[in-house]
Design a protein around this ligand. Structure first.
Ligand code: DGJ
Length: 732
């Protein structure tokens, strides 16, 4: 890994063993892209890739009339010069002009990576990464800009963000500040996005890229279940096992935009950042605005390889503290068992049975506070309801501890019900537009986290209850989108700052609580997976993946989530049947076989299952305890897509390749067909592995595959719907 600066040609070459990222200062002073791809040799001058021909409709260089931004590739394009594509940023100046032209001034190359201020971001030690900061200035607009690029030693990854500074005495408005742009020299790619809604999150959708644009966005104030802030472009023949692809992952949890734009000259532009729609940032003299980070990863070896890069980078360089690379406790959550209808006795019944099965942690979900007996009341009153918890949270936590289990509870700190003491006292604390009614979602308003006093108040309440007893875990929920976004304390021209200030308020509360309680494991949640993004992982290393706990649907949801997020982050539980969301019934084995490839836990009352099932649960828990390190932190491979066939498969392989665990799922029996083979991946070709008592070479399992009737001779006959297998494969 190194970052080379060629002084004469004014070009940078950022490289590690896998990738080269080359760019340079053009003769006009702007920053142009040269190359992003497999590692190549360094050369003093590659400016031959810059197009200077007379075809330009309008030329930036009046002397030669030969340089047009429209025909060239740029690092961080602006509008209003000679590029007519989508710009990465826009600054409205005091005279109303939105044209800006930033030229190179200087740069700095540093070891490691500087943290972003108040924002989540990947981090790296001095030997793990190098960072290039390029300083540019627009002397007419009196604005400075820093473009930051980090290259990691061990990952084919570039992390980017930008910083704006007002160096004039007037007031500027930044009306667009995306975090990264990549201009590529051809458009022969497909675009993958991960779309959905409540209970069907992160379903892969693939589209052909050509002239014109494809984009996804969120304007909900959360990253959203509708569109995830992670996209991939891939060559049309790229699949999980081979081919070129580039991923862009936004380390941010609010409104976003991701866009691919092919211009009609063959250039492809990729952009990602805060959604410019509803965004304006006012910069007074001397003030700075820092964009969140985009993590760009690249592969030539297929989508599994790309996903593994994100899994490892996020496990090693995004998740922090005690839970970094730490296997997750097996928990039981009372939500689907009781909803809000519980008292301490009922909770202890569930906990006692769970402790007999070997469950390690009890999570008390919604309903423990204020007058919260249904979802019409109580949010905002983070004080225990004495009818449900007579000795408070501490009393219950101590009783659960006495059962040999850890304890944690649910909060939804960004919300308030109109029927709550908090709202009665502070109706002015909700997001509301003057003169208009605020919309309700699940009978609740959104607290205005762009106001410090609101965040401070909630912090005080939560700190008290979190510090009251042995608390090891917090599930932080967020159940509605933001509407009527307006902060009455801000002037009219600063209303475009509220969405971003809101999410900065959320991050600051997370950070304070994390600092106060460094041992606590946070799990983020937003009606399931409505805020499953890399930004959240910086604070909460796991996320409740979906409220849909149906094992068959979960195969698709977890499969889709695995493209951009590590298995250790995917909250997955065994719940009761018939499933509460779908009415489907899968066996207790299949429900666990899916949940093993996640954080693993239970979301039901184990008193209500048969004795045989309870014995099975005990075995599941010991299996998970023995294998969770491998399941959650091993190298994960998608093998067969649930979107293409009636079967799905995935596997994890240990770093030394001596042990692997395969998950195979038959969602629907296909009668009267040959069973076929399933090719495994990631094994050592010369090692001999044992699978179900039989020996196979690694190359045999990876090239010929395992014949599926080895897993079950009845496979593909009647009665095999929802049947699944989890197989441990060990080298001899
Ligand atoms: C939505 C979450 O996704 C559920 O798991 C549960 O915590 C409920 N909220 C509680 O209200």
């Amino acid at each position: 890994m190194d970052i080379i600066w060629h002084n004469k040609s004014r070009q940078y070459h950022l490289y590690n063993d896998k990738i080269s990222y080359i760019m340079g200062v053009t003769p006009l002073g702007d920053l142009g892209s040269i190359y992003f791809g497999n590692r190549i040799h360094d050369k003093e001058d590659m400016s031959y890739v810059v197009n200077r021909f007379g075809l330009a409709n309008v030329a930036m260089d009046p002397d030669t009339e030969s340089y047009s931004m429209e025909l060239n590739r740029q690092e961080y394009p602006s509008f209003g010069l000679t590029d007519f594509g989508t710009q990465a940023f826009e600054i409205e100046q005091e005279n109303g002009s939105r044209v800006s032209s930033f030229v190179y001034k200087d740069h700095k190359i540093i070891k490691g990576k500087t943290p972003l201020k108040g924002l989540p971001a990947t981090y790296a030690g001095q030997d793990e990464a190098m960072t290039l900061e390029v300083y540019l200035e627009d002397e007419v607009a009196k604005m400075a800009m820093t473009l930051s690029y980090t290259i990691f030693e061990n990952y084919p990854v570039i992390a980017r963000h930008a910083v704006f500074k007002n160096i004039g005495s007037d007031v500027k408005k930044i009306t667009r500040a995306l975090s990264a742009c990549i201009d590529l020299p051809d458009q022969d790619y497909e675009w993958m996005q991960f779309s959905g809604a409540w209970a069907r999150e992160r379903i892969p959708v693939t589209k052909k890229i050509s002239e014109g644009s494809i984009s996804i966005e969120s304007k909900r104030g959360v990253s959203s279940a509708n569109q995830n802030p992670f996209v991939i472009i891939k060559r049309p023949n790229t699949d999980d096992f081979e081919g070129e692809a580039i991923g862009m992952s936004f380390v941010y949890s609010g409104n976003f935009l991701a866009k691919a734009e092919g211009n009609t000259f063959g250039r492809l532009r990729l952009l990602m950042g805060i959604n410019p729609d509803r965004f304006t940032w006012v910069l007074k003299e001397g003030e700075e605005f820092e964009t969140p980070e985009v993590v760009i990863a690249r592969t030539s070896e297929g989508l599994n390889d790309l996903s593994q890069t994100y899994h490892e980078l996020y496990n090693n360089n995004l998740v922090r503290g005690k839970w970094k690379n730490t296997p997750r406790p097996i928990l039981i959550n009372n939500w689907e068992a009781t909803f809000m209808d519980f008292d301490e006795k009922r909770i202890l019944e569930i906990a006692e049975k769970a402790s007999q099965a070997g469950v390690e942690m009890f999570v008390l979900d919604d309903g423990w506070f204020g007058e919260r007996n249904d979802d019409y009341a109580g949010l905002g009153d983070w004080i225990e309801n004495p009818k449900k918890l007579p000795q408070g949270m501490a009393g219950l936590a101590n009783k659960i501890s006495a059962l040999g289990m850890k304890f944690g509870f649910w909060i939804e700190p960004e919300m308030v019900n109109p029927d709550s003491n908090l709202y009665r006292r502070h109706p002015e604390w909700v997001l509301a537009t003057p003169g208009r009614k605020s919309s309700l979602g699940r009978h609740q308003y959104v607290l205005d986290y762009s106001k410090d006093e609101v965040v401070d108040y909630i912090y005080g309440m939560l700190k008290k209850v979190m510090g009251s007893g042995p608390i090891s875990y917090i599930k932080w929920d967020m159940n509605r989108s933001l509407t009527e976004v307006y902060n009455a304390d801000l002037p009219a021209d600063e209303q475009g700052m509220v969405y971003h200030k809101y999410i900065m308020g959320v991050y600051s509360l997370y950070e304070r609580l994390r600092n106060d309680f460094p041992e606590i494991l946070f799990e983020s949640c937003s009606s399931g997976g409505n805020r499953f993004d890399a930004g959240m992982l910086y604070y909460a290393p796991q996320a409740w993946c979906s409220d849909n706990t149906d094992a068959i649907d979960r195969i698709r949801i977890q499969y889709g989530s695995s493209f951009g997020y590590p298995i250790s982050s995917i909250g997955a539980h065994v719940s009761a049947v018939p499933n509460q969301q779908t009415g489907r019934s899968a066996s207790i084995d299949t429900r666990a076989n899916v949940a093993y490839f996640g954080t693993f836990g239970y979301e039901l009352d184990l008193n209500h299952i048969t004795d045989d099932e309870f014995e099975t649960v005990k075995k599941q828990i010991s299996f998970m305890k023995e294998n969770r390190e491998l399941l959650q932190f091993g190298t994960f491979y998608r093998l067969r897509s649930p979107f293409e066939k009636d079967q799905a498969a995935w596997m994890v392989v240990s770093k030394d390749k001596k042990k692997a665990i395969l998950g195979f799922y038959c969602m629907r029996a296909n009668v009267n067909q040959l069973p076929g083979f399933l090719k495994l991946a990631g094994l050592e070709k010369d090692l001999v592995y044992v699978l179900r008592g039989e020996e196979y070479y690694g190359d045999e399992l990876m090239n010929m595959g395992v014949t599926l009737n080895k897993l079950n001779s009845n496979f593909l006959t009647t009665g095999q719907d929802f049947v699944s297998y989890v197989e441990v494969i060990e080298a001899k």
